[in-house]
Design a protein around this ligand. Structure first.
Ligand code: AMP
Ligand code: GLY
Length: 418
């Protein structure tokens, strides 16, 4: 028996588990801690992603596990892959030294500057007074970012000096994002279409997956607060083959090489958040992992064995494996709790009717008294594959109509206005 273990509990992890189970070589999946939907296809246990000792113990107690996939940013940045490897457990994901590319925006900005990788102009500050002085003389809009991990919420777009000083107060003085705000990055505001390029890399080659786009704002027509992502679609219509070639040459390969030169070879999924500006494509951010919810639109299109790809990356023989995607489209609509991304209730019963031509990935769900209930801000991600985006969109929304819980909120324009 050959099993895999996936660390994490969201829609992304549900998609990774499902995709790994498609492999002929994988008989069974475990997921820690998982959620109610993942529990339908994998064995789950209440061990958190940051409980490294318990995860190691779990692996040692299950000798059928041949591969551990670390999906979320926190355990990657804290070095779970290193800890697993030290214990002789085969793990997929960047080690701590490489995961810094996401864990520190100050590091990633300096890396891009040093290796001429196009990105927004910026300054880094650890001193509050110096940061305030700088924003008083800057042009607006301006972007203020906590350097560390802040659940995607540590980025504040400022229209005026007042906004920027408020942002600095919140991040540096009030520590709204804790230690993540000890260092701030103040950045030029970029205008353009955003695209997410998830890539597989073993440090020798970098292979892009199908392009995708995330819808970050909570309401239709990109109104309201930023969220972790309200939906995604793949491929991005704006990301042409020509742009892809330029990005590979100016961004993907230089980034892989830069990490090697820094003595931090990156093995895993490297995510490039890109902005297509009038003066060329620029990097907004790097993530050291699969994106959420992009993964729920990208992995349904994969046309090769993910287990094999991950193993090839660990052994640095990715060039020997053919990474392929179907020539189709996918759309994922996130169903969120009312109130998200601010406060929201939990424990509300979810009713899922007949689902055809779509797959329901669980993000924040649990079982309470035998019933499926909400247990997070983003509750479900409903994904469908179609001949084109419109076909996938229609299928996904048809499935969404058959799902309900009190206060449910979802955008109606996912995959529209491409
Ligand atoms: P990040 O976590 O750095 O990707 O930022 C989150 C979101 O904020 C991005 O997906 C963009 O929508 C927005 N953002 C970040 N940096 C900039 C920038 N320099 N200019 C415009 N928008 C930005
Ligand atoms: N969807 C953006 C992220 O995963 O950070």
């Amino acid at each position: 028996m050959n099993s895999v273990l996936v660390i994490g509990s969201g829609g992304r992890e549900h998609a990774i588990v499902k995709c790994l189970l498609n492999s002929d070589k994988v008989d069974k999946a475990y997921c820690l801690p998982g959620n109610a939907g993942i529990a339908q296809i994998a064995e789950t246990a209440p061990i958190g992603a940051m409980e490294f000792d318990k995860i190691v113990e779990f692996c040692k107690a299950h000798d059928d596990i041949s591969l551990v996939v670390v999906a979320p940013d926190d355990p990657l940045s804290a070095g779970l892959v290193d800890v697993l490897e030290e214990n002789g457990i085969r793990a997929f994901g960047p080690n701590k030294a490489a995961a810094i590319i996401e864990g520190s925006k100050a590091f990633s900005k300096d890396l891009m500057k040093k290796y001429d990788i196009p990105t927004a102009g910026y300054e880094v500050f650890t001193d509050y007074d110096k940061a305030v002085e700088y924003v008083k003389g800057a042009e607006y809009p301006l972007v203020v970012k906590a350097s560390g991990l802040a659940l995607g919420k540590g980025v504040i777009i400022c229209e005026s000096v007042n906004d920027a000083v408020d942002a600095l107060d919140g991040i540096m003085l009030d520590k709204r994002f804790g230690e993540a705000g000890n260092t701030v990055v103040v950045e030029e505001f970029l205008v353009g279409k955003e695209v997410s390029i998830l890539t597989f890399t073993d440090g020798k080659v970098v292979v892009p997956m199908v392009s995708s786009q995330d819808h970050k704002r909570v309401f239709d027509h990109d109104k309201g607060l930023n969220t972790g992502g309200m939906g995604a679609f793949a491929p991005s219509q704006a990301y042409t083959d020509e742009i892809a070639k330029e990005v590979e040459k100016k961004i993907l390969i230089p980034t892989m090489n830069a990490m090697n030169s820094e003595g931090r070879p990156f093995k895993g999924v490297l995510y490039f958040g890109l902005m297509m500006t009038k003066s060329g494509v620029k990097v907004l951010e790097y993530n050291a992992r699969f994106g959420d919810p992009e993964t729920q639109a990208v992995l349904p299109l994969i046309d090769c064995d993910l287990y094999e790809v991950m193993n090839a990356i660990i052994d640095q023989r990715l060039s020997e494996v053919e990474v392929k995607f179907q020539n189709k489209s996918a759309v994922c609509v996130v169903m969120a709790s009312g109130g998200y991304p601010e406060s929201y209730p939990k424990g509300l019963e979810i009713k899922i009717g007949q689902i055809e031509d779509a797959y329901v990935y669980h993000a924040g769900t649990a079982i309470k008294d035998g019933k499926l209930v909400t247990n997070g801000g983003r509750v479900l991600g409903v994904s469908a594959v179609g001949e084109d985006i419109e076909d996938a969109r229609v299928k996904a929304y048809k499935a969404v109509e058959n799902i309900s819980f009190d206060g449910v909120h979802f955008r109606r324009d996912i995959g529209k206005n491409l």
